[in-house]
Write a protein of this length. Structure first.
Length: 226
């Protein structure tokens, strides 16, 4: 299953969808054509992707079901207009900024489907802190790259051990077939940061350095348990 199909599978039937950063509106079009969603908003902050999405939607005569809008993040929406939001293909910090900049919209949602390109741990921490429960997580490999998809719904969240914000508690619990590769990549990324910090005596004395060393040990311990 590719990334687009995996994102589509996380959208519940009957949803009113917003796809933020929609590019060519591929996801809303697929979900409307398959009658999964009753309506969709396709939003993009950049005029190029916005125009491409608009042309794509109009070319398929789907203007009655898909509203293509130019705007920044959730600013293209009104409260209660949609119940499910997909934000995919952005950095974790950008996703968090989009969510925090429009609290009223976020409070009106039932489900978030998030696919951070980097910084998934930061997204998980934000969700837990802001009363979003991680319902499901998926790993998808496409063209040699591994993608993490996080599905969350409103509700109290348990607090996880620190390393699970990196790995993903649901991914760990369900032993995704790609879990070993996922943890190996996290170990490799963390080792690279540790090695870079070891080039500086000041960096080695920092709290951040000890956090990374601890994280590396925790990741390696989890890897041994697989």
């Amino acid at each position: 299953m590719g990334r687009l199909a995996a994102l589509a599978a996380c959208v519940p039937r009957g949803a009113r969808l917003a796809d933020i950063g929609t590019d060519h509106a591929y996801l809303p079009i697929e979900l409307v054509e398959k009658d999964v969603v009753v309506s969709a908003v396709a939003g993009d902050v950049h005029s190029g992707p916005y125009k491409a999405a608009k042309e794509h939607v109009e070319g398929l005569s789907l203007e009655g079901k898909i509203s293509v809008r130019l705007g920044n993040g959730l600013a293209v929406l009104s409260p209660l207009e949609v119940d499910t939001v997909v934000i995919a293909g952005m950095g974790g910090q950008t996703i968090i900024e989009i969510l925090t900049n429009h609290c009223e919209i976020v409070r009106s949602l039932k489900r978030l489907v998030l696919q951070p390109m980097v910084g998934a741990a930061t997204v998980r921490r934000w969700l837990c802190k802001n009363n979003w429960y991680v319902l499901e997580e998926r790993l998808v490999q496409e063209e040699g790259r591994l993608y993490e998809i996080i599905v969350a719904e409103q509700g109290d969240s348990p607090r996880y051990e620190p390393v699970m914000y990196e790995i993903g508690q649901k991914l760990w619990d369900e032993k995704s077939p790609l879990l070993t590769l996922h943890i190996d990549q996290l170990i490799s990324q963390t080792k690279r940061v540790v090695r870079e910090m070891e080039c500086s005596s000041n960096a080695q004395k920092s709290l951040k350095y000890h956090e990374y060393v601890t994280r590396l040990k925790q990741l390696e311990d989890k890897r041994q348990c697989l």
